[in-house]
Ligand binder design. Structure first.
Ligand SMILES: O=C(O)[C@@H](CO)OP(=O)(O)O
Length: 345
């Protein structure tokens, strides 16, 4: 078991009819986001004119890496063909999930939900440490929630990435925001990673528990009741979202917006929250509503999945850039890391 990730409950494959009937009402808005993101990352790969860090000597290596930003060659994926509109199909891509680092309200043991609280000092350190762990894994596009703690985590983690690309927040909230944040250099775009913020990845809305102390709430309503609110699948806290309700938006977004990126061979990082990620992991690992109860995610620990031939294969949490178990798993990841080693030795 990866050190700090309390991950249990991997069971037999079950069907999930409750997740198949997902809410599609944001389809139009989602399509706009998808088009903008696709435009931004269409020049995927490493710029041959990069002078990043080691200057000229790296040009050859950079050129040879140009088709390797993705971990695999494009091939037609046999399944999930309804998941997206990408033409370029690939049989393998990396998916990194990270729960934000400790927030100032985690530190105070307060229910946070959709309240927008920043990271604590410890959370900042956790995000930087997480970045070191994934510093040799390719990242082509980043999805975060709309909340600052997830965005801080993604940005701080990327400061550690060996490839040195610049994460850039995309602004699609209005035509003006989109137009005023355009980048006019293809080379600069290639040295950038688009960051897409989506409210659908937000923490579950904790209703009338938001701002309350978790221990005091347990003392008042009983440990069992509070555990039910916090960890059950379908029982919502007062006027808040159950995990099932959170899954309806988070998993729908994952399937509509993120899976197509993976299918086209893009390596994706998602920086989000304990419960929005629990719901996504429930989908990835086909956990039952019983099994998900015991799924706990620690703050600031990245988890790696390989998306291969329409399946998600969990690879745990890289503990350091040379972690053999992770890089030995796919030739493409090993190759990517080797080339970074050559570039930045
Ligand atoms: O307060 C919250 O928003 C969440 C995550 O910190 O709490 P819980 O541990 O109950 O999922």
């Amino acid at each position: 078991m990866a050190a700090e990730v309390y991950y249990q409950a991997i069971g037999t494959v079950q069907s999930h009819s409750h997740l198949n009937n997902l809410n599609r009402h944001q389809k139009h808005q989602n399509n706009i986001v998808r088009l903008v993101a696709r435009d931004f990352i269409s020049g995927n790969g490493l710029s041959r004119r990069s002078t990043n860090r080691s200057g000229r000597r790296n040009c050859t290596v950079i050129r040879s890496l140009a088709s390797q930003t993705s971990v695999v060659d494009p091939v037609l994926s046999p399944s999930r063909s309804n998941a997206g509109d990408s033409n370029k199909k690939s049989n393998e891509a990396a998916l990194i999930l990270i729960r934000h680092g400790e927030s100032l309200w985690n530190e105070k043991n307060l229910f946070t939900g959709c309240v927008d609280v920043p990271l604590s000092k410890k959370g900042i350190d956790e995000a930087i440490e997480a970045g070191k762990r994934i510093s040799s894994i390719p990242v082509d596009v980043i999805f975060t929630s709309a909340l600052i703690r997830a965005q801080m985590t993604a940005m701080l983690a990327m400061t550690q990435h060996r490839r040195g690309k610049v994460p850039i927040m995309l602004h699609n909230e209005s035509e003006r925001a989109r137009s005023w944040s355009q980048v006019f250099s293809e080379d600069t775009k290639k040295q950038s990673i688009p960051v897409i913020a989506a409210w659908q990845l937000n923490e579950r809305m904790y209703g009338e528990l938001q701002g309350l102390n978790k221990q005091e709430t347990a003392d008042r309503y009983g440990k069992e009741q509070v555990h039910e609110w916090r960890r059950s699948y379908d029982i919502p806290p007062p006027n808040g979202e159950s995990l099932e309700m959170c899954a309806q938006r988070a998993v729908a977004y994952f399937r509509d917006q993120i899976e197509p990126q993976l299918l086209s061979g893009k390596n994706v990082m998602i920086s989000a929250h304990g419960n929005s990620l629990r719901s996504i992991i429930m989908y990835l690992d086909k956990l039952t509503s019983q099994e998900v109860i015991s799924l706990e995610l620690s703050t600031g620990i990245p988890m790696l999945y390989i998306f291969k031939e329409g399946r998600y294969i969990r690879r745990g949490s890289p503990t350091r850039p040379s972690e053999a178990g992770v890089y030995a798993y796919t030739k493409r990841l090993a190759l990517y890391k080797q080339k970074l080693d050559d570039m930045f030795q």
